[in-house]
Write a protein that binds this ligand. Structure first.
Ligand SMILES: NC(=O)c1ccc[n+]([C@@H]2O[C@H](COP(=O)([O-])OP(=O)(O)OC[C@H]3O[C@@H](n4cnc5c(N)ncnc54)[C@H](O)[C@@H]3O)[C@@H](O)[C@H]2O)c1
Length: 343
């Protein structure tokens, strides 16, 4: 079956979605982009030209969903515009795949979950960075107990991107627009439940963001596992990967991951000295089936879930657990207290 999709929000990220749909064989022939919508219809027309799409363009989403007889809504609008867009899609009877973050408050995220349930449709989130191969590889490695029991995961995220646009104006740009990926990846790789957080959010001297370009957070995960995060979006000079640079500690050893191609794991080889002897161990590549590709993998998983009548991996009912980490960190920073995570 070919699904008719309407894509709303024709800015920078929309091109990534259209490239994924065009270039990934698993998606070929399964999705027809029937309509493109933007408050600025010129942006929609520019994408139709760039991607040579036989799609309608418009600025009125409900009218486009009707005219295109859409089955799917691809929501690529900025976070503040998300809620009415998702509700319009569900109301029309579409399954909706939204960009992250799922919502700008936990109340709104809960409301969207309820709306999807009432409509009997799926609402899932593009949490694409949990689908990159390194993240899948580490989850499998930790699950294999190669490091023994996991005791901690610690990451640094330091970059200096000059986006312009909504990120430089919004509240909590690092925590809400970026750390959602890192927190979700931590939850996924650890396979643990986030329980509580202490956080500090700042806007460092020289920041080109209106607020909250940097944050540090200590999360308590289930099974006595600690996750620490140090991040900044206005740090020039020593950039980390967009996936962050990680240290995982277990009862038998540690793994360092640079967020790209370097995986270094060492475990205790012999005991009895002040500092035990260590030996390197392999971090096996993810099996072929688990090698995934960001946006394309999320879209493919979403389509498979629609076809099979099940919830996709990044369904709103799961994604809200990562969003809850973000809002708990924001609350902790604002109140200078430890905040429990109950989602
Ligand atoms: N998953 C990722 O890796 C990733 C990367 C970048 C951006 N994003 C997310 O994608 C979303 C869009 O980001 P972007 O960088 O493309 O932003 P952008 O500002 O480049 O584009 C947003 C577009 O949406 C349009 N728009 C705004 N409100 C609208 C509304 N109510 N109805 C229709 N159109 C509307 C704007 O006119 C603009 O063309 C954000 O949620 C962002 O966090 C995700």
């Amino acid at each position: 079956m070919t699904f008719k999709a309407v894509l709303v929000g024709c800015g920078g990220m929309a091109k990534g979605w259209l490239r994924a749909v065009r270039e990934i064989p698993a998606l070929a022939g399964r999705i027809e982009i029937a309509g493109l919508v933007d408050v600025d219809e010129g942006a929609a027309r520019a994408l139709v030209d760039e991607f040579a799409l036989p799609a309608r363009t418009g600025s009125d989403l409900p009218a486009m969903l009707q005219a295109a007889d859409a089955d799917l809504l691809f929501d690529v609008v900025p976070p503040a515009a998300r809620k009415p867009v998702v509700l319009a899609g569900l109301e029309h009877g579409c399954h909706v795949l939204s960009e992250k973050p799922m919502a700008t408050s936990l109340q709104d995220a809960r409301l969207l979950i309820q709306a999807a349930e009432r409509a009997g449709r799926l609402h899932a989130v593009v949490q694409n960075r949990r689908f990159i191969s390194g993240v899948r590889r580490i989850r499998a490695f930790l699950e294999s107990q190669a490091l023994g029991d996991l005791t901690g995961l610690h990451c640094d995220f330091f970059l200096g991107p000059h986006f312009g646009g909504f990120r430089e104006e919004m509240d909590h740009p690092l925590l809400l627009d970026m750390a959602i990926h890192t927190f979700d990846a931590a939850r996924f790789m650890a396979g643990k439940v986030p329980l509580a957080v202490y956080a500090l959010e700042t806007n460092p001297a020289g920041s080109w963001y209106a607020q909250g370009a940097a944050a540090s957070a200590i999360f308590e995960f289930s099974d006595n596992v600690t996750f620490t995060y140090r991040g900044s979006w206005c740090a020039e000079g020593a950039p980390t990967s967009w996936e962050a640079a990680w240290r995982f500690t277990g009862t038998k050893g540690s793994l360092l991951w640079d967020g790209a191609e370097s995986f270094e794991a060492r475990v205790v080889a012999s005991e009895g000295k002040f500092l035990n002897d260590l030996a390197p161990i392999d971090v096996p590549e993810a099996p072929e089936a688990a090698k995934t590709h960001g946006h394309a993998s999320v879209i493919a998983e979403f389509l498979a879930a629609v076809e099979e009548g099940r919830r996709p991996e990044t369904d709103g009912t799961d994604n809200i657990k990562s969003l809850a980490m973000v809002f708990a960190a924001i609350e902790s920073a604002a109140t200078h207290t430890r905040v429990e995570i109950r989602e």
